[in-house]
Design a protein around this ligand. Structure first.
Ligand code: BGC
Length: 752
């Protein structure tokens, strides 16, 4: 449909019909069941009794294709305007084929793999009738207490940008002709605008206080990358940003998002966030909440009655507000048009459900998931090369995650635990049962933990048997084995939305098991399942190896077995720092130097920026991850030591695999701006290359540093570089810098 016809369509609508386009409800409103309500406050909406449900513009979290066909058919029959419904859902890291959680994916540093995962998720969504997914979430995060770390690409701005771009391209495709979303693709929604990942003290939904500089420098570029990749929607955030709730923030959503960042798609509120403007103490009542949200440019009201009940009053007699309403409705119609819904309200779904073939959970999809897990897992410790294991070694597998299928993480709303290859199954497939014994060893959570899980309490496994009996059985198994493979972790319900923790450690019953096993003098390989970096400092001292598995999704057990037995060489590198202790949080690699850095040569100098009871360094830094092989970086050559703004410094290094296993290495390039008009971080990731090398093989890796990589937001928020000296560090993690040099960016007057 061309723009003129779309505009005519808009003008043909009554006020009620226009407002309806901005309302998003869950499917139960159409069918009277609540099974599609997966999140948010479960309360009756309080819609006015004269609200015409057949004006509603979109539906949230219905994922059944037959149901979608039924609802769309019924809706088109009964609505006067015949504008198709949009179906949106949270398909965050896989529909039925569940990939590793986003923080894990970010540890792969493989953005083709990440794009492919998003593309597979979109394909499965398309075949099931979903039009929009609320992904990617690119809320940069430095605080592992926050539960939604699992959904984030971690602490670094460049990784957030890469993740945003890859996921949007995977979901929507590239080169959209006239903005049309092609078949097999759906629309992407980047979230949560803005800075939702920086709540005070890591507590979910808490206030965010950020300088404008930090907001622009670190937090906005991730969302910007998604917008530049074409994301059709943006979702607002629940939090306040410097005192003003994001969902009612005109400056943020109109000046910054629409004008500066050039976003012209649909801005949808987060779940009930418009109504929550009242709780924030920002809107006096529902009318004022509706007015503030519309003024702020929020197009769609997700799951509250505020727009539905109040917008008519808000626009009555106010031409400016009417204009804003028209703009918002037009954007929703435009999205429906981009998805081709006016031509085919089912997007091919009627034919798809009749087909006998489906790509859902296909071998190809599972293979892609397997490869991505294999690259997402991070080897944190491997003393005396206890890993990889030999198939002849007698192994005792134990711990609550040994046979656990619930390793999909909290946002796998269509993932089936029965599809999961758990660790035991993965090991049996690979090595058989001759040298493998399996037992549980401990409860997952303390027996009294259940009540703190609220609506998820019923989903927790019911533990049977006494803890003492489980422990004695574990000790028996351990004594008969040469190596203990101990699969521990936090419950999936301890992370995700609403899963903030003050003490992100392994649960207490599991720590007890680990402690008892550590007294036996056996070698222990610990596998950690979690949605965030846990504090592993005490634990690390008691084991020989640590494998960070995150929540690995459908193919987790197979991938982990391949890694444990050396079929695959681990190559994941941390996208987020692992603190040594809770008190260090937030601890991240790109910090400022301070006026009194804690220099080693100063020993325990009292008046340095340090703790008196803990070192400053984390347990495992950003960018860190071990391999079964070793890599050497040599022969650095640099094209020039002085650079004009229109030039680049070209760098070549030689990277060799000096160990006995083939493997992948991620070579990281960091830059430090030594002096500037504002203090700059001690280092910032600016580029990286992931290479695969056979044992003994050498390759040349090239980087190019240009002016863009040197830019930052200055005092007046101008984005620019400043001449002067820059240090370049090339390393295998943010702490393990193997090569370095410095160069000078020449001032303009030195450019002849
Ligand atoms: C979450 C969003 C999600 C929405 C819809 C909210 O609670 O914050 O990330 O997309 O629910 O389910």
């Amino acid at each position: 449909m061309d723009n003129k016809t779309l505009l005519e369509k808009l003008n043909s609508l009554s006020i009620e019909e226009k407002i309806g386009q901005l309302i998003q409800l869950t499917g139960d409103f159409f069918e009277g069941d609540m099974d599609t309500v997966v999140t948010g406050p479960l309360k009756k909406l309080g819609l006015n009794t004269d609200y015409n449900i057949y004006n509603t513009g979109s539906i949230l979290n219905i994922t059944n294709p037959e149901k979608i066909i039924r609802l769309q058919t019924d809706y088109l029959e009964k609505s006067v305007h015949k504008i198709p419904l949009l179906f949106m859902a949270d398909i965050i890291y896989g529909y039925r084929t569940i990939f590793p959680i986003p923080i894990a994916q970010a540890c792969s540093w493989n953005y083709e793999g990440i794009e492919n995962a998003a593309s597979i998720a979109a394909q499965e969504c398309y075949e099931e009738g979903i039009h929009v997914t609320f992904s990617p979430m690119v809320d940069m995060v430095r605080d592992p207490r926050w539960g939604r770390v699992m959904e984030s690409p971690g602490e670094d701005t460049l990784l957030a940008q890469k993740y945003a771009q890859s996921v949007v391209l995977g979901i929507q495709g590239s080169n959209l002709e006239d903005g049309a979303v092609p078949a097999n693709k759906i629309a992407a929604c980047v979230k949560h605008f803005a800075a939702y990942g920086a709540p005070v003290a890591g507590r979910e939904y808490n206030a965010v206080d950020l300088s404008e500089h930090a907001l622009r420098e670190y937090y906005l570029p991730g969302y910007q990358a998604a917008i530049e990749a074409g994301a059709k929607l943006v979702m607002t955030a629940f939090n306040t940003l410097n005192g003003i709730p994001a969902t009612g923030n005109e400056w943020l959503n109109r000046d910054v998002l629409r004008q500066e960042m050039k976003f012209d798609g649909v801005l949808i509120s987060d779940y009930a966030a418009i109504e929550e403007l009242i709780m924030h103490g920002y809107a006096e009542d529902e009318t004022s909440a509706a007015r503030l949200a519309l003024l702020a440019g929020v197009d769609v009201d997700m799951k509250t009655a505020v727009y539905a009940n109040q917008l008519k009053n808000v626009i009555s007699g106010n031409d400016y507000m009417l204009e804003l309403l028209n703009e918002a409705v037009y954007r929703v119609l435009q999205l429906k048009n981009d998805l081709g819904l006016f031509e085919d309200p089912f997007r091919g779904l009627q034919e798809i459900v009749k087909r006998s073939t489906s790509s859902i959970l296909s071998d190809e999809h599972k293979q892609a998931a397997l490869s991505l897990v294999e690259e997402s897992v991070v080897l944190l410790k491997n003393e005396n090369n206890v890993l990889p294991l030999s198939k002849e070694t007698k192994v005792a597998l134990m711990g609550p995650y040994a046979e656990e299928n619930s390793t999909l993480g909290m946002w796998a709303i269509k993932g089936e635990q029965t599809d999961t290859i758990n660790l035991k199954t993965g090991l049996l497939q690979l090595v058989g049962s001759d040298n493998l014994s399996v037992c549980r060893g401990s409860y997952l959570l303390p027996p009294d933990a259940r009540e703190t899980f609220d609506k998820y309490a019923d989903k927790l496994a019911v533990e049977t048997g006494s803890e003492e009996v489980l422990l004695q059985e574990a000790i028996r198994h351990a004594n008969e084995a040469e190596v203990i493979v101990l699969a521990l972790g936090e419950s999936i319900y301890q992370s995700g939305e609403g899963g903030s923790r003050t003490n992100p450690t392994l649960p207490e019953p599991q720590l007890r098991l680990l402690h008892e096993l550590s007294l036996l003098g056996k070698r222990i390989v610990l596998i950690v399942y979690s949605g965030r970096p846990l504090i592993l400092t005490d634990v690390a001292g008691k084991v020989d190896a640590i494998v960070q598995a995150w929540y690995p999704g459908t193919m987790g057990g197979e991938a982990l077995a391949n890694i444990l037995y050396g079929e695959v060489n681990p190559s994941g590198k941390l996208a987020m720092t692992f603190p040594r202790s809770v008190g260090q949080i937030p601890v991240y690699y790109n910090e400022l130097n301070t006026g009194r850095p804690n220099l080693k040569e100063n020993g325990s100098y009292r008046f340095a920026s340090r703790y008196i009871d803990e070192v400053n360094e984390p347990l495992y830094p950003f960018g860190y991850g071990l391999s079964y092989t070793s890599f050497e970086y040599t022969l650095l050559t640099v094209s020039q030591k002085e650079m004009k703004t229109n030039e680049s410094v070209d760098i070549r290094i030689s990277v060799s695999n000096t160990g006995t296993y083939a493997g992948k290495e991620t070579i990281q390039l960091y830059i430090r701006d030594k002096f500037a008009s504002i203090a700059r971080p001690v280092k910032e990731l600016k580029d990286f290359k992931k290479v695969f090398l056979q044992s003994g093989e050498t390759t040349i890796v090239e980087f190019s540093v240009d002016e863009d990589m040197l830019k930052f937001y200055g005092r007046e928020m101008e984005y620019k570089s400043e001449p002067g000296e820059f240090e370049v560090y090339i390393g295998s993690s943010s702490q393990q810098i193997l090569l370095s040099f410095s160069f000078t960016l020449l001032p303009e007057d030195k450019h002849e």
